[in-house]
Design a protein around this ligand. Structure first.
Ligand code: BES
Ligand code: MN
Ligand code: ZN
Length: 503
């Protein structure tokens, strides 16, 4: 059952709920270096009854106001709510919807762990009500996800209903909430796909999940197998797929809304490696289990197509996922092999573990063949991007500055962190081959960049963005606002990016 969301125009004191959640902000000057300065904590709501219910606790000195600090009061005086949850958001001066989204996630996680199934969140003063509503709904949905699918003691603890307490044009707020619901649910749909282990998320199963989603939301969907991949001369994609007993799948989803202009056509291409052993250049055993998430880029594009189909922006979008395992076997490709990509470029395979760029090479080329005028790919492409940017930022690569500007703006709207890395011609030398047009690896240094340079050879002149989400698609630890496991990164930015093209 999905989480239900409603907007309430009641004064917070009158909201009947299991728990009323109010944000507490620190109004002390963040520039004040005096270590003994006390936090100046205030509830971010004009409701006098809520302020008064919180006042003793806030005056007690027990509350620091640090982000994600929670204090739960039962039977708050003069409120209809059964409980009042005071949720600290840090400095008032720096507080923005980015922080609010996370606080809403933390509220959901705190409360569901206590077996509470519904709550009402007061949209804090200081953020426009529709923006706050979006952040609260998206954040609560993200917080509501847990990855413990196969645990016998899986706690069926979920938030069933969220009320956003806000003032302003009600139909506008309801629209904001409905859109945020689509986005949050699409993000969780991605996390659901990524969470499944490779024995339960084969290329065939991924394709079936995409097909089912497309049928539900009214998208065209075609799925091609090995024969068609070979027939279309996708030699780079097939070179990875040939080593596995699991059949590959080429997933093609099309969104063609009535009234959309002929151009642009956006092509979203995802890496769908349902398990990456490395192939003959096999990975070490330690940590290999994580490579079930190597289809996160593909799942992201499937989730993005879902959100787009439901939000209905007036722009054509094609989603392509190249799904296969990367396995060692008697049929697997070997280092030194030369493969011919769909575009005709020849590739010398140096390392069979650099497989993501191979499947994407043909995915990008095929997207152009289907009419894409602008390309975006998402992939858990390199360990090197994790070395460069850690877990906080995804890597952005662009062959076009205006495409970069668009995705950067989308990042800011979506509250997702990504950072641009360069694609200078100098790096091209690292992937020059003596026997073929290019090699599939570029040596030790700048590995995220040489991987992107490889993709650039297949995007050619088409405006293109590559998102390397290897460090951000999987949360290594749980956070107050999100569980450990798949993050669903990039969905929100992609949706904003696509909306930016809409007529
Ligand atoms: N799927 C991996 C990248 C990866 C590594 C994702 C760690 C998440 C965490 C990719 O297919 C890969 O193996 N890349 C190699 C490339 C190398 C052989 C040039 C890598 O990053 O080591
Ligand atoms: Mn690999
Ligand atoms: Zn991989």
């Amino acid at each position: 059952m999905p989480m239900k969301t409603i907007i309430s125009h009641s004064t917070p004191a009158d909201v009947e709920t299991e728990t009323l959640v109010a944000v507490v902000l620190d109004h002390a000057d963040p520039a004040d270096k005096n270590k003994d300065a006390k936090p100046q904590l205030k509830v971010a709501s004009g409701d006098a009854a809520v302020q008064s219910a919180a006042s003793d606790l806030l005056a007690s000195g027990e509350v620091t106001g640090k982000p994600f600090e929670v204090n739960l009061l039962h039977k708050p005086a003069a409120l209809k709510a059964k409980r009042l949850l005071l949720l600290s958001g840090g400095s008032a001066k720096r507080f923005a919807s980015y922080d609010l989204r996370r606080l809403a996630g933390a509220a959901a996680r705190t409360l569901k762990a206590r077996g509470i199934r519904s709550f009402a969140f007061i949209a804090p003063s200081g953020i426009p009500a529709d923006e706050a509503t979006r952040a609260i709904v998206e954040g609560a949905l993200v917080g509501n996800f847990d990855p413990d699918y196969y645990r016998s003691d899986r706690k069926d603890q979920k938030i069933d209903a969220l009320t956003v307490v806000a003032t302003g044009d009600k139909s506008g707020l309801e629209k904001a909430a409905a859109e945020a619901q689509i986005i949050g649910e699409s993000q969780n749909f991605i996390r659901d796909l990524v969470n499944e282990p490779s024995n339960r998320m084969t290329p065939t199963i991924l394709a079936e999940r995409a097909r089912k989603m497309c049928a539900e939301v009214g998208l065209k969907c075609e799925i091609y197998g090995a024969d068609k991949i070979k027939e279309m001369k996708m030699g780079a994609f097939w070179s990875v797929a040939q080593g596995s007993d699991e059949p590959p799948a080429l997933i093609v989803m099309k969104y063609e809304p009535a009234g959309a202009p002929e151009k642009p056509v956006l092509g979203l291409v995802g890496k769908g490696i349902t398990f990456d052993t490395g192939g003959i250049s096999i990975k070490p055993a330690d940590g290999m289990e994580k490579m079930k998430y190597d289809m996160a880029g593909g799942a992201t594009m499937i989730g993005a197509m879902r959100a787009i189909a439901l939000l209905k922006p007036k722009v054509k979008v094609i989603g392509i996922v190249c799904a296969t395992e990367n396995m060692p076997s008697g049929k697997a490709q070997k280092p030194g092999d030369v493969q011919i990509a769909m575009s005709g470029k020849s590739i010398e395979i140096i390392n069979t573990d650099a497989e993501g760029r191979l499947v994407l090479a043909d995915g990008l080329h095929y997207a152009k063949q289907l009419g894409a005028t602008h390309l975006v790919d998402a992939a858990t492409l390199t360990g090197a991007v994790v070395v460069a940017l850690g877990y906080a930022n995804a890597g952005i690569f662009a062959n076009d500055d205006s495409m970069y500007e668009r995705i950067h703006k989308a990042n800011e709207k979506a509250g997702e962190k990504m950072w641009r890395l360069p694609l200078d011609d100098e790096y091209k030398e690292q992937i020059r081959s003596t026997i073929a047009d290019i090699m599939n690896t570029g040596g030790r240094w700048g590995g995220a960049i040489t991987a992107a340079m490889f993709l650039k050879e297949f995007a050619e002149d088409t405006p293109w963005i590559h998102l390397d989400i290897a460090g951000t698609a999987w949360m290594e630890d749980q956070k107050p606002w999100i569980a450990k496991g798949p993050s669903g990164i990039a969905l929100r930015s992609l949706v904003e990016f696509v909306k930016g093209f809409a007529a």
